[in-house]
Write a protein that binds this ligand. Sequence first.
Ligand code: DMJ
Length: 471
Amino acid sequence: MTGGKKNTFGGWAATLVDALDTLWIMDLKDEFAEAVAAALTIDFSGTHMEQVNVFETTIRYLGGFLSAYDLSGDDRLRVKAIELGEMLLVAFDTPNRMPVTRWRVMDARKGYAQKAHSITLLAEIGSLTMEFTRLAQVTGDSRWYDATYRIMEALSQQQGHTRLPGMWPVLVNAQEMNFTWHDTYTLGSMSDSLYEYFPKMHILLGGLEPMYEKLYRESMETAIRYTMFRPMTPDIADILVAGAAHVNENYMGGLEFSGQHLVCFAGGMLALGGKVFEIARHLDIGRRLTDGCTWTYRALPLGIMPETFSMIECPTNEACDWNETLWKEKVLERRGPEAISQGATADLIIEYDRLPQGFASIGDRRYVLRPEAIESVFVMYRITGREDLFHEAWDMFRAIEENTKTELGNGALADVTRADGKVSVMDSMESFWLAETLKYFYLIFSEPGLISLDDYVFNTEAHPFKIPKPV
Ligand code: DMJ
């Protein structure tokens, strides 16, 4: 909107590095050369920021350099990836070799002692493997592979010992290497890419490490059983939504019937896992999850999904009839006794909150240019060739383009429930818009041979890594 900037993620120009491979794929080779020249001047030895997020640095910058190298073969990008990889390895210099995920780089530079955090987000510690493994592959130096392998080994050992065996809670204690203690389990926010990386690591390693298949199979068994639900919809749609399970210290708990844009990657993950491990049921669940996301896009007036929402569940994951009265009862019930005592009625809530049929609430009404829904549509489309997905993608693209376009780029939306033309575009364009969202859209409308899934595997920031072929 303003042509200004936000200097996040270490202040090292995340958008520049995140967008490198998109430039290459879209055949913008002059722009690519210019961007590479600029990216090579980044100085990763210091930062003006107090803390650096190791996960974000890894998926956006390290992933960005590695895929730009894999696509272009420009060795300077490999050397830059090594420079960054050397720096990131210092975050693992702790007594138990678990990384400091929110890292004080300048303290580390002074040689201060450091230890991993007692409260760490699962995704932030568990999704460094693909980038570190690819770096090891292109350098022949196993230090990076070993650093993240240790984390996966520990997760694997504790997989059956959490409150919801098969999965791990969103918060874990890296300092004590206890990955079992917390109460929320989901494929969504704060956990997401850990699960995404299981089938992808299997692919990247050519199946040579059996642990990833076990991690995938056991976690998905649990996730499918305990974290997904079929929502009650007016058109009795055959869809699933991935929510969140809560289990307290007495092993009591329940499922939260929530949905979020972030978890929309799960359909693509299950389709990929189902294909790679030959589990037909996962392909079907992947389809239903992906359709759940496109259904939500269509259910909102702008044709775009909000960040978070909750729905009314069917009693089982089988079809259930639409029941308008039940929907309204649940809308009121979920609002809580205080709202009811203050005179709230279901009709008023639905009108005031602009709730489409089937939705119980919309917690966060923004659309921040996220990719996950189109990511799953892309993967499903490449795997199945289903033509309706192609059209679905086009509708999504048009809705997003129409509503987010600004003079200079595209901006996040403040409220996707507005149909009165008053939707406001925010002064923010995350780097994943160029790295992921636009790339997936572009690839859907290209020939399937462009970045074939037989030759490449995408990291969680949509950076394609070359799958090594046996010699
Ligand atoms: C991206 O940085 C990655 O896809 C990450 O795994 C989750 N969040 C954003 C996109 O929404």
